[in-house]
Design a protein around this ligand. Sequence first.
Ligand code: SDX
Length: 433
Amino acid sequence: MADNNRDVVILKHGEMSAELELQHGTVGPQGIDITPLFQKTGLFTYDPGFVSTASCRSAISYIDGDQGILRYRGYPIEQLAERSTFLEVAYLLLNGELPTQAQLEGFVSDVTHHTMLNQSLLKFYNGFHHNAHPMAVMVGVVGSLSAFYHDSLYIHNPEHRALSGLRMIAKMPTIAAAAYKHNIGEPVMYPQNHLSYAANFLHMMFATPCEPYERSPLAEEALDLLLILHADHEQNASTSTVRMAGSSGANPFACVAAGIAALWGPAHGGANEAVLDMLEEIGDVRHIDKYIAKAKGKDDPFRLMGFGHRIYKNYDPRAKIIRKMCHEVLHELASDDDPLFELALRLEEIASRDEYFLERKLYPNVDFYSGIIYRALGIPRNMFTVLFAIARTVGWVAHWMEMMADPKHRISRPRQVYHGADRRDYVPITERS
Ligand code: SDX
Protein backbone atom coordinates (compact mmCIF):
# COMPACT_ATOMS: atom_id res chain seq x y z
CA MET A 1 0.00 0.00 0.00
CA ALA A 2 1.50 3.42 -0.94
CA ASP A 3 1.27 6.08 1.74
CA ASN A 4 2.13 9.74 0.84
CA ASN A 5 4.39 8.40 -1.99
CA ARG A 6 6.36 6.08 0.28
CA ASP A 7 5.92 2.40 -0.52
CA VAL A 8 4.88 0.95 2.81
CA VAL A 9 2.91 -1.87 4.32
CA ILE A 10 0.83 -1.14 7.41
CA LEU A 11 0.76 -3.79 10.13
CA LYS A 12 -2.27 -3.65 12.37
CA HIS A 13 -3.02 -5.64 15.53
CA GLY A 14 -5.71 -4.37 17.85
CA GLU A 15 -4.82 -0.76 18.69
CA MET A 16 -1.32 -1.24 17.26
CA SER A 17 -0.50 0.03 13.78
CA ALA A 18 2.99 0.21 12.27
CA GLU A 19 4.14 1.51 8.87
CA LEU A 20 6.97 -0.56 7.39
CA GLU A 21 8.84 0.47 4.25
CA LEU A 22 9.28 -1.92 1.32
CA GLN A 23 12.82 -2.72 0.20
CA HIS A 24 12.86 -2.87 -3.60
CA GLY A 25 15.42 -4.86 -5.59
CA THR A 26 16.19 -5.08 -9.31
CA VAL A 27 14.14 -8.24 -9.79
CA GLY A 28 12.41 -10.78 -7.56
CA PRO A 29 10.43 -10.41 -4.33
CA GLN A 30 10.51 -7.13 -2.43
CA GLY A 31 11.28 -7.15 1.29
CA ILE A 32 9.34 -5.59 4.15
CA ASP A 33 11.92 -3.65 6.16
CA ILE A 34 11.16 -4.88 9.69
CA THR A 35 14.22 -3.23 11.25
CA PRO A 36 12.03 -0.84 13.30
CA LEU A 37 9.35 -3.48 14.02
CA PHE A 38 10.36 -4.37 17.58
CA GLN A 39 10.93 -0.75 18.55
CA LYS A 40 7.57 0.26 17.02
CA THR A 41 5.45 -2.69 18.15
CA GLY A 42 7.34 -4.77 20.74
CA LEU A 43 6.85 -7.70 18.33
CA PHE A 44 9.38 -9.97 16.60
CA THR A 45 8.84 -11.79 13.33
CA TYR A 46 9.02 -15.57 13.64
CA ASP A 47 10.61 -17.49 10.74
CA PRO A 48 12.46 -20.70 11.72
CA GLY A 49 14.79 -21.72 8.89
CA PHE A 50 14.37 -18.25 7.36
CA VAL A 51 11.83 -19.49 4.82
CA SER A 52 10.50 -15.99 4.19
CA THR A 53 13.36 -13.83 5.44
CA ALA A 54 15.80 -11.76 3.41
CA SER A 55 18.88 -11.40 5.61
CA CYS A 56 20.57 -8.72 3.50
CA ARG A 57 20.66 -6.87 0.20
CA SER A 58 23.02 -8.53 -2.23
CA ALA A 59 24.01 -8.07 -5.88
CA ILE A 60 25.93 -11.30 -6.36
CA SER A 61 23.50 -14.12 -7.33
CA TYR A 62 19.82 -14.17 -8.19
CA ILE A 63 17.59 -17.24 -7.98
CA ASP A 64 13.99 -17.62 -9.14
CA GLY A 65 12.98 -20.97 -7.66
CA ASP A 66 9.69 -21.24 -9.53
CA GLN A 67 11.27 -20.56 -12.90
CA GLY A 68 14.45 -22.54 -12.18
CA ILE A 69 16.60 -19.46 -12.80
CA LEU A 70 20.13 -18.87 -11.45
CA ARG A 71 22.20 -15.84 -12.48
CA TYR A 72 25.66 -14.76 -11.32
CA ARG A 73 25.83 -10.95 -11.40
CA GLY A 74 22.95 -11.04 -13.90
CA TYR A 75 24.47 -13.61 -16.27
CA PRO A 76 22.39 -16.82 -16.69
CA ILE A 77 24.20 -19.86 -15.32
CA GLU A 78 23.56 -21.68 -18.62
CA GLN A 79 25.58 -19.07 -20.56
CA LEU A 80 28.44 -19.04 -18.05
CA ALA A 81 28.51 -22.85 -18.04
CA GLU A 82 28.66 -22.87 -21.82
CA ARG A 83 31.12 -20.04 -22.44
CA SER A 84 33.11 -19.12 -19.34
CA THR A 85 35.81 -20.60 -17.11
CA PHE A 86 35.86 -20.96 -13.33
CA LEU A 87 38.43 -18.22 -12.76
CA GLU A 88 36.60 -15.85 -15.10
CA VAL A 89 33.40 -16.58 -13.11
CA ALA A 90 35.36 -16.05 -9.89
CA TYR A 91 36.47 -12.63 -11.13
CA LEU A 92 32.85 -11.82 -12.07
CA LEU A 93 31.47 -12.86 -8.67
CA LEU A 94 34.17 -10.96 -6.78
CA ASN A 95 34.18 -7.77 -8.87
CA GLY A 96 30.68 -7.58 -10.35
CA GLU A 97 31.73 -7.40 -14.01
CA LEU A 98 33.26 -9.80 -16.54
CA PRO A 99 37.01 -9.10 -16.83
CA THR A 100 38.81 -7.71 -19.85
CA GLN A 101 41.51 -9.97 -21.26
CA ALA A 102 44.17 -8.08 -19.32
CA GLN A 103 42.17 -8.18 -16.08
CA LEU A 104 41.59 -11.91 -16.46
CA GLU A 105 45.26 -12.61 -17.16
CA GLY A 106 46.23 -10.55 -14.11
CA PHE A 107 43.71 -12.34 -11.89
CA VAL A 108 44.74 -15.79 -13.12
CA SER A 109 48.38 -14.90 -12.47
CA ASP A 110 47.57 -13.64 -8.96
CA VAL A 111 45.65 -16.81 -8.12
CA THR A 112 48.33 -19.03 -9.63
CA HIS A 113 51.07 -17.38 -7.61
CA HIS A 114 49.23 -17.90 -4.32
CA THR A 115 48.55 -21.63 -4.69
CA MET A 116 51.50 -22.85 -2.60
CA LEU A 117 51.15 -23.53 1.13
CA ASN A 118 53.50 -22.44 3.88
CA GLN A 119 55.68 -25.47 4.59
CA SER A 120 54.77 -25.33 8.29
CA LEU A 121 51.10 -25.66 7.34
CA LEU A 122 51.83 -29.02 5.74
CA LYS A 123 52.93 -30.32 9.15
CA PHE A 124 49.32 -29.97 10.35
CA TYR A 125 48.37 -32.96 8.18
CA ASN A 126 50.57 -35.28 10.20
CA GLY A 127 48.39 -34.55 13.20
CA PHE A 128 45.39 -36.13 11.47
CA HIS A 129 44.93 -39.88 11.44
CA HIS A 130 45.31 -41.20 7.87
CA ASN A 131 41.58 -41.96 7.66
CA ALA A 132 40.44 -38.49 8.76
CA HIS A 133 37.52 -37.28 6.61
CA PRO A 134 38.94 -34.64 4.27
CA MET A 135 36.19 -32.19 5.25
CA ALA A 136 37.40 -32.38 8.87
CA VAL A 137 40.91 -31.62 7.62
CA MET A 138 39.62 -28.71 5.52
CA VAL A 139 37.86 -27.12 8.50
CA GLY A 140 41.00 -27.39 10.60
CA VAL A 141 43.58 -26.35 8.04
CA VAL A 142 41.58 -23.44 6.56
CA GLY A 143 40.79 -22.18 10.05
CA SER A 144 44.51 -22.20 10.82
CA LEU A 145 45.44 -19.97 7.85
CA SER A 146 45.02 -16.86 10.01
CA ALA A 147 47.99 -18.14 12.04
CA PHE A 148 50.15 -17.72 8.95
CA TYR A 149 48.91 -14.64 7.16
CA HIS A 150 49.10 -11.79 9.67
CA ASP A 151 49.75 -9.33 6.84
CA SER A 152 46.18 -9.48 5.52
CA LEU A 153 44.01 -9.66 8.62
CA TYR A 154 43.03 -6.02 9.09
CA ILE A 155 39.50 -6.55 7.80
CA HIS A 156 38.72 -2.80 7.55
CA ASN A 157 41.41 -2.45 4.86
CA PRO A 158 40.00 -3.38 1.43
CA GLU A 159 43.44 -4.44 0.24
CA HIS A 160 43.79 -6.86 3.15
CA ARG A 161 40.31 -8.23 2.39
CA ALA A 162 41.19 -8.72 -1.27
CA LEU A 163 44.52 -10.42 -0.46
CA SER A 164 42.95 -12.78 2.10
CA GLY A 165 40.19 -13.66 -0.36
CA LEU A 166 42.69 -14.31 -3.12
CA ARG A 167 44.78 -16.52 -0.83
CA MET A 168 41.77 -18.67 0.10
CA ILE A 169 40.57 -19.10 -3.48
CA ALA A 170 44.10 -19.96 -4.60
CA LYS A 171 44.98 -22.32 -1.76
CA MET A 172 41.79 -24.35 -1.39
CA PRO A 173 42.71 -26.86 -4.15
CA THR A 174 46.20 -27.30 -2.70
CA ILE A 175 44.83 -27.81 0.84
CA ALA A 176 42.19 -30.22 -0.50
CA ALA A 177 44.56 -32.30 -2.60
CA ALA A 178 47.00 -32.51 0.32
CA ALA A 179 44.16 -33.90 2.48
CA TYR A 180 43.54 -36.59 -0.13
CA LYS A 181 47.24 -37.44 -0.38
CA HIS A 182 47.34 -37.75 3.42
CA ASN A 183 44.41 -40.16 3.25
CA ILE A 184 46.20 -42.43 0.78
CA GLY A 185 49.70 -42.06 2.19
CA GLU A 186 51.20 -40.50 -0.93
CA PRO A 187 53.50 -37.46 -0.98
CA VAL A 188 51.89 -34.05 -1.45
CA MET A 189 52.18 -32.79 -5.02
CA TYR A 190 53.01 -29.11 -5.40
CA PRO A 191 50.94 -26.87 -7.72
CA GLN A 192 52.29 -26.34 -11.23
CA ASN A 193 52.04 -22.74 -12.40
CA HIS A 194 51.62 -23.62 -16.06
CA LEU A 195 48.39 -25.52 -15.38
CA SER A 196 44.83 -24.17 -15.26
CA TYR A 197 43.00 -24.09 -11.90
CA ALA A 198 41.14 -27.33 -12.62
CA ALA A 199 44.10 -29.07 -14.23
CA ASN A 200 46.29 -28.09 -11.26
CA PHE A 201 43.83 -29.69 -8.86
CA LEU A 202 43.74 -32.92 -10.88
CA HIS A 203 47.53 -32.87 -10.99
CA MET A 204 47.85 -32.38 -7.22
CA MET A 205 45.29 -35.13 -6.64
CA PHE A 206 46.52 -37.83 -9.00
CA ALA A 207 50.13 -37.15 -10.01
CA THR A 208 53.03 -38.76 -8.15
CA PRO A 209 56.72 -37.81 -8.14
CA CYS A 210 57.48 -41.10 -9.90
CA GLU A 211 56.12 -40.48 -13.39
CA PRO A 212 54.50 -37.83 -15.58
CA TYR A 213 50.73 -37.51 -15.05
CA GLU A 214 48.61 -37.48 -18.19
CA ARG A 215 45.24 -35.91 -17.49
CA SER A 216 42.28 -35.98 -19.83
CA PRO A 217 41.28 -32.61 -21.30
CA LEU A 218 37.65 -33.68 -20.82
CA ALA A 219 38.30 -34.28 -17.11
CA GLU A 220 39.74 -30.76 -16.85
CA GLU A 221 36.76 -29.31 -18.75
CA ALA A 222 34.23 -31.27 -16.67
CA LEU A 223 35.82 -30.22 -13.38
CA ASP A 224 36.01 -26.57 -14.45
CA LEU A 225 32.30 -26.69 -15.31
CA LEU A 226 31.39 -28.29 -11.96
CA LEU A 227 33.37 -25.55 -10.19
CA ILE A 228 31.40 -22.87 -12.09
CA LEU A 229 28.07 -24.50 -11.18
CA HIS A 230 28.95 -24.69 -7.47
CA ALA A 231 30.55 -21.25 -7.15
CA ASP A 232 27.68 -19.31 -5.57
CA HIS A 233 24.02 -19.63 -4.67
CA GLU A 234 22.64 -16.58 -2.82
CA GLN A 235 22.14 -16.88 0.96
CA ASN A 236 22.38 -20.68 1.35
CA ALA A 237 23.20 -22.14 4.76
CA SER A 238 26.98 -22.06 4.41
CA THR A 239 27.10 -18.58 2.87
CA SER A 240 24.82 -17.28 5.61
CA THR A 241 27.19 -18.89 8.12
CA VAL A 242 30.14 -17.06 6.59
CA ARG A 243 28.22 -13.77 6.75
CA MET A 244 27.18 -14.42 10.35
CA ALA A 245 30.76 -15.18 11.40
CA GLY A 246 32.04 -12.18 9.45
CA SER A 247 29.51 -9.86 11.09
CA SER A 248 31.32 -10.30 14.42
CA GLY A 249 34.58 -9.13 12.80
CA ALA A 250 36.12 -12.62 12.72
CA ASN A 251 39.00 -13.00 10.29
CA PRO A 252 38.10 -14.22 6.79
CA PHE A 253 39.91 -17.55 7.17
CA ALA A 254 37.85 -18.37 10.28
CA CYS A 255 34.68 -17.31 8.44
CA VAL A 256 35.38 -19.62 5.50
CA ALA A 257 36.24 -22.46 7.92
CA ALA A 258 32.79 -21.93 9.46
CA GLY A 259 31.28 -22.06 5.98
CA ILE A 260 33.06 -25.37 5.27
CA ALA A 261 31.65 -26.82 8.49
CA ALA A 262 28.10 -25.76 7.55
CA LEU A 263 28.46 -27.06 3.99
CA TRP A 264 29.42 -30.53 5.29
CA GLY A 265 25.90 -31.31 6.50
CA PRO A 266 24.03 -33.92 4.38
CA ALA A 267 21.09 -31.53 4.00
CA HIS A 268 23.48 -29.12 2.24
CA GLY A 269 26.75 -29.77 0.45
CA GLY A 270 27.22 -33.17 2.09
CA ALA A 271 24.32 -34.43 -0.06
CA ASN A 272 26.55 -35.19 -3.06
CA GLU A 273 28.43 -37.82 -1.04
CA ALA A 274 25.13 -39.04 0.48
CA VAL A 275 23.60 -39.48 -3.01
CA LEU A 276 26.25 -42.05 -3.97
CA ASP A 277 25.80 -43.82 -0.62
CA MET A 278 22.04 -43.89 -1.28
CA LEU A 279 22.41 -45.17 -4.85
CA GLU A 280 24.72 -47.92 -3.65
CA GLU A 281 22.27 -48.80 -0.86
CA ILE A 282 19.40 -49.00 -3.37
CA GLY A 283 21.69 -51.14 -5.51
CA ASP A 284 19.23 -52.19 -8.16
CA VAL A 285 16.35 -50.68 -10.14
CA ARG A 286 14.08 -53.33 -8.62
CA HIS A 287 14.55 -51.75 -5.17
CA ILE A 288 13.65 -48.21 -6.23
CA ASP A 289 9.99 -48.45 -5.26
CA LYS A 290 10.91 -49.60 -1.76
CA TYR A 291 13.18 -46.57 -1.26
CA ILE A 292 10.66 -44.15 -2.76
CA ALA A 293 8.17 -45.48 -0.21
CA LYS A 294 10.75 -44.99 2.58
CA ALA A 295 11.35 -41.40 1.41
CA LYS A 296 7.61 -40.73 1.67
CA GLY A 297 7.23 -42.31 5.08
CA LYS A 298 6.38 -39.70 7.70
CA ASP A 299 8.12 -41.63 10.47
CA ASP A 300 11.08 -42.64 8.34
CA PRO A 301 13.97 -40.10 8.43
CA PHE A 302 15.17 -41.42 5.05
CA ARG A 303 15.03 -38.83 2.28
CA LEU A 304 15.96 -39.10 -1.37
CA MET A 305 19.33 -37.41 -1.23
CA GLY A 306 19.89 -34.99 -4.09
CA PHE A 307 16.16 -34.27 -4.30
CA GLY A 308 14.29 -31.19 -3.16
CA HIS A 309 15.42 -27.68 -2.48
CA ARG A 310 14.40 -24.84 -0.21
CA ILE A 311 14.12 -22.47 -3.15
CA TYR A 312 13.89 -24.43 -6.40
CA LYS A 313 10.32 -25.62 -6.82
CA ASN A 314 11.31 -26.50 -10.35
CA TYR A 315 14.28 -28.36 -11.78
CA ASP A 316 17.59 -27.00 -10.39
CA PRO A 317 19.16 -25.49 -13.53
CA ARG A 318 22.55 -26.77 -12.41
CA ALA A 319 21.27 -30.34 -12.20
CA LYS A 320 20.09 -30.13 -15.82
CA ILE A 321 23.56 -29.07 -16.98
CA ILE A 322 25.30 -31.73 -14.89
CA ARG A 323 22.98 -34.50 -16.06
CA LYS A 324 23.78 -33.62 -19.67
CA MET A 325 27.49 -33.65 -18.89
CA CYS A 326 27.21 -37.08 -17.22
CA HIS A 327 26.49 -38.72 -20.56
CA GLU A 328 29.56 -37.11 -22.17
CA VAL A 329 31.95 -37.82 -19.30
CA LEU A 330 30.81 -41.41 -18.78
CA HIS A 331 31.00 -42.08 -22.50
CA GLU A 332 34.61 -40.94 -22.65
CA LEU A 333 36.05 -41.47 -19.19
CA ALA A 334 34.22 -44.35 -17.62
CA SER A 335 31.81 -46.84 -19.06
CA ASP A 336 28.58 -45.63 -20.56
CA ASP A 337 26.62 -48.17 -18.59
CA ASP A 338 27.75 -46.98 -15.17
CA PRO A 339 25.15 -48.83 -13.07
CA LEU A 340 24.80 -46.00 -10.59
CA PHE A 341 24.13 -43.47 -13.36
CA GLU A 342 21.54 -45.77 -14.89
CA LEU A 343 20.03 -46.17 -11.44
CA ALA A 344 20.02 -42.38 -10.90
CA LEU A 345 18.25 -41.81 -14.22
CA ARG A 346 15.60 -44.44 -13.39
CA LEU A 347 15.16 -43.05 -9.87
CA GLU A 348 14.61 -39.56 -11.27
CA GLU A 349 12.17 -40.91 -13.84
CA ILE A 350 10.10 -42.80 -11.22
CA ALA A 351 10.14 -39.95 -8.69
CA SER A 352 9.13 -37.48 -11.41
CA ARG A 353 5.88 -39.42 -11.87
CA ASP A 354 5.13 -39.83 -8.17
CA GLU A 355 2.39 -37.60 -6.71
CA TYR A 356 4.28 -37.12 -3.42
CA PHE A 357 7.26 -35.57 -5.20
CA LEU A 358 5.16 -33.67 -7.72
CA GLU A 359 2.92 -32.20 -5.00
CA ARG A 360 5.94 -31.03 -3.00
CA LYS A 361 7.80 -29.90 -6.15
CA LEU A 362 10.78 -32.10 -5.31
CA TYR A 363 13.20 -32.27 -8.23
CA PRO A 364 16.85 -33.29 -8.52
CA ASN A 365 19.18 -30.59 -7.19
CA VAL A 366 22.80 -29.80 -7.92
CA ASP A 367 23.97 -32.72 -5.77
CA PHE A 368 22.00 -35.47 -7.49
CA TYR A 369 24.23 -36.04 -10.51
CA SER A 370 27.48 -34.32 -9.52
CA GLY A 371 28.77 -37.34 -7.63
CA ILE A 372 28.38 -39.51 -10.74
CA ILE A 373 30.82 -37.27 -12.56
CA TYR A 374 33.24 -36.90 -9.66
CA ARG A 375 33.29 -40.72 -9.49
CA ALA A 376 34.01 -40.96 -13.22
CA LEU A 377 36.88 -38.50 -12.72
CA GLY A 378 38.32 -40.82 -10.10
CA ILE A 379 37.51 -38.48 -7.20
CA PRO A 380 36.85 -40.57 -4.07
CA ARG A 381 33.44 -40.10 -2.43
CA ASN A 382 34.75 -38.47 0.73
CA MET A 383 36.20 -35.71 -1.47
CA PHE A 384 32.90 -34.79 -3.18
CA THR A 385 31.91 -32.14 -0.64
CA VAL A 386 35.49 -30.90 -0.60
CA LEU A 387 35.11 -30.13 -4.33
CA PHE A 388 31.92 -28.25 -3.49
CA ALA A 389 33.84 -26.26 -0.84
CA ILE A 390 36.64 -25.38 -3.28
CA ALA A 391 34.10 -23.88 -5.69
CA ARG A 392 31.92 -22.23 -3.05
CA THR A 393 34.92 -20.48 -1.50
CA VAL A 394 34.54 -17.94 -4.33
CA GLY A 395 30.93 -17.26 -3.31
CA TRP A 396 31.78 -17.18 0.38
CA VAL A 397 34.58 -14.66 -0.23
CA ALA A 398 32.38 -12.55 -2.54
CA HIS A 399 29.60 -12.37 0.07
CA TRP A 400 32.02 -11.67 2.92
CA MET A 401 33.59 -8.84 0.88
CA GLU A 402 30.16 -7.45 -0.07
CA MET A 403 29.14 -7.39 3.59
CA MET A 404 32.43 -5.95 4.85
CA ALA A 405 32.34 -3.18 2.21
CA ASP A 406 28.93 -2.04 3.51
CA PRO A 407 29.60 0.71 6.06
CA LYS A 408 26.17 0.02 7.60
CA HIS A 409 26.81 -3.67 8.28
CA ARG A 410 26.43 -4.68 11.93
CA ILE A 411 26.72 -7.84 13.99
CA SER A 412 23.97 -10.35 13.19
CA ARG A 413 21.99 -11.09 16.31
CA PRO A 414 18.60 -12.81 15.73
CA ARG A 415 16.06 -12.85 18.55
CA GLN A 416 13.67 -15.66 19.63
CA VAL A 417 10.19 -16.42 20.91
CA TYR A 418 10.93 -17.77 24.40
CA HIS A 419 8.73 -20.66 25.50
CA GLY A 420 10.70 -21.93 28.49
CA ALA A 421 9.93 -21.65 32.22
CA ASP A 422 8.84 -18.27 33.57
CA ARG A 423 10.68 -16.78 36.59
CA ARG A 424 11.16 -19.22 39.46
CA ASP A 425 13.36 -19.41 42.59
CA TYR A 426 16.28 -21.76 43.22
CA VAL A 427 15.37 -24.97 45.12
CA PRO A 428 18.01 -26.47 47.45
CA ILE A 429 18.92 -30.00 46.37
CA THR A 430 17.61 -31.42 49.66
CA GLU A 431 14.15 -30.13 48.77
CA ARG A 432 14.01 -31.47 45.23
CA SER A 433 12.01 -34.59 44.45
C1 SDX B 1 22.24 -27.83 -1.53
O1 SDX B 1 20.25 -23.53 -0.15
C2 SDX B 1 20.93 -23.79 -1.19
O2 SDX B 1 20.97 -23.05 -2.13
C3 SDX B 1 21.71 -25.08 -1.14
C4 SDX B 1 22.46 -25.48 -2.40
C5 SDX B 1 23.57 -24.52 -2.71
O3 SDX B 1 24.00 -24.44 -3.88
O4 SDX B 1 24.13 -23.90 -1.74
O5 SDX B 1 21.57 -25.50 -3.50
C6 SDX B 1 23.09 -26.86 -2.28
O6 SDX B 1 22.35 -27.92 -0.34
C7 SDX B 1 21.19 -28.62 -2.29
C8 SDX B 1 20.29 -29.50 -1.35
C9 SDX B 1 21.07 -30.79 -1.03
N1 SDX B 1 20.34 -31.57 -0.01
C10 SDX B 1 19.73 -32.75 -0.32
O7 SDX B 1 19.65 -33.20 -1.46
C11 SDX B 1 19.15 -33.48 0.90
C12 SDX B 1 17.74 -33.98 0.56
N2 SDX B 1 16.85 -32.80 0.48
C13 SDX B 1 16.12 -32.43 1.66
O8 SDX B 1 16.75 -32.68 2.87
C14 SDX B 1 15.41 -31.09 1.52
O9 SDX B 1 14.78 -31.10 0.30
C15 SDX B 1 16.19 -29.80 1.64
C16 SDX B 1 17.02 -29.75 2.88
C17 SDX B 1 17.08 -29.61 0.46
C18 SDX B 1 15.17 -28.65 1.67
O10 SDX B 1 14.48 -28.75 2.87
P1 SDX B 1 13.27 -27.76 3.20
O11 SDX B 1 13.21 -26.62 2.27
O12 SDX B 1 13.32 -27.46 4.66
O13 SDX B 1 12.03 -28.63 2.84
P2 SDX B 1 11.26 -29.49 3.87
O14 SDX B 1 12.21 -30.32 4.64
O15 SDX B 1 10.33 -28.60 4.60
O16 SDX B 1 10.44 -30.47 2.90
C19 SDX B 1 9.17 -30.09 2.44
C20 SDX B 1 8.43 -31.43 2.29
C21 SDX B 1 8.44 -32.26 3.56
O17 SDX B 1 7.30 -33.12 3.51
P3 SDX B 1 5.96 -32.64 4.33
O18 SDX B 1 6.38 -32.40 5.77
O19 SDX B 1 5.51 -31.36 3.65
O20 SDX B 1 5.01 -33.77 4.17
O21 SDX B 1 9.11 -32.24 1.30
C22 SDX B 1 9.62 -33.41 1.92
C23 SDX B 1 9.65 -33.15 3.41
O22 SDX B 1 9.53 -34.37 4.11
N3 SDX B 1 10.95 -33.59 1.36
C24 SDX B 1 11.46 -34.75 0.98
C25 SDX B 1 12.74 -34.45 0.46
N4 SDX B 1 12.96 -33.14 0.55
C26 SDX B 1 11.86 -32.60 1.12
N5 SDX B 1 10.95 -36.02 1.03
C27 SDX B 1 11.75 -37.00 0.55
N6 SDX B 1 12.99 -36.79 0.02
C28 SDX B 1 13.51 -35.54 -0.03
N7 SDX B 1 14.71 -35.34 -0.54
